[in-house]
Design a binder for this molecule. Structure first.
Ligand code: ZN
Length: 314
């Protein structure tokens, strides 16, 4: 992102104006200047009207409006509000009793790296635990969706052998709300075969669907679009293509999306970067990484709903 100020022009100015809720004409004039200063004041930043890295960092926490909702509103003037009937079922993968699913101890790292990870005790104090992380991230996604007016049901696994528990809960919700009203998403992070010191060298975000083409692939495509936007274009991270169906390492995780398929609802499982790759883990626990993960899920889910779940009023 460039440094923007009074007189700047172009697409980045448009983006800035969209974030601030202004008309996006791409010209940084007095109105934009005033809005930037107001924003800086609210966020305890230096009030100079100059949009540098610190201001961008705060601005990027604002989630963009869904792209397709406007288009669809024009296409379907008598559209029912999907926020009144769509139920988003979110599973925070794993319970604290799930064995493994953690990084090597932070004490195996350099002092600098240890200090870095100690800033994020919510992911585990001595090492990263996937179940804690899935909840930290999942709850932020839930909060963001709820803030935007969506109905969300959380499935938090408590037993060690939790797949049945997750599948039973999903079935209960689908029975209650109807299969045409539900979406299922399971939040995870990935691990790769470890080298001698326990850490691995594998990078990237990915998403799993069940085999064959169904609604899940459409949902995955919608989320993938935003993954490309936020992870790759904005943050310079890797994403892995959705060609991973049937990977034996993910067999147990597939159970929850297979269950969704049997229930007739779109279901995906996201692997939010590799927790035993030091570089991926640094990004995954950072505010920037979490913010991009949340935005990718929220925007992708909304996009799917507005593209495939809208109904006209009778
Ligand atoms: Zn997992």
């Amino acid at each position: 992102m460039s440094i923007l100020k009074l007189g700047s022009k172009g697409d980045e100015v448009k983006k800035l104006q969209e974030k601030l809720g202004l008309t996006a004409d791409g010209a940084f004039g007095p109105k934009t200047d005033a809005a930037v200063k107001e924003f800086q004041k609210k966020n305890n930043l230096e009030v100079d009207g100059i949009v540098g890295p610190k201001t961008w960092n705060e601005l990027n926490k604002i989630i963009d409006k869904p792209v397709s909702s406007g288009e669809n509103k024009e296409k379907y003037p008598k559209m029912q509000n999907p926020k009144q009937y769509v139920h988003i079922i979110i599973n925070y993968g794993h319970s604290e009793k799930t064995p493994g699913k953690c990084s090597p101890l932070y004490s195996t790292l350099s002092k600098t790296d240890q200090r870095y990870f100690q800033q994020y005790p919510q992911f585990g104090k001595d090492r990263y635990y996937e179940w804690m992380s899935n909840r930290v991230i999942g709850k932020q996604i839930t909060a963001s969706l709820k803030e935007r007016g969506w109905m969300v049901d959380e499935i938090m696994q408590v037993s060690g052998n939790g797949l049945t528990e997750i599948n039973t809960a999903t079935k209960k919700y689908v029975k209650e709300y109807g299969s045409s009203n539900c979406i299922f998403i399971s939040i995870h992070s990935n691990a790769a075969p470890a080298k001698d010191n326990g850490w691995a060298n594998a990078k990237g975000w990915c998403i799993y669907t069940t085999k064959g083409q169904d609604k899940s692939d459409k949902l995955a495509d919608c989320i993938y679009t935003y993954a490309d936007e936020y992870f790759v274009k904005e943050d310079g991270r890797n994403i892995r293509k959705n060609t991973t169906d049937g990977d034996p390492d993910q067999e147990s995780n597939f159970s929850v999306i297979w269950n969704a398929k049997q229930l007739g609802i779109p279901g995906v499982l996201t692997e939010n970067f590799f927790f035993n790759d030091i570089d991926d883990l640094k990004y995954l626990v950072s505010e920037k990484g979490q913010n991009s993960i949340v935005r990718t899920h929220v925007m992708g889910i909304e996009d799917y709903i507005y593209k495939y779940m809208v109904r006209t009023m009778k």
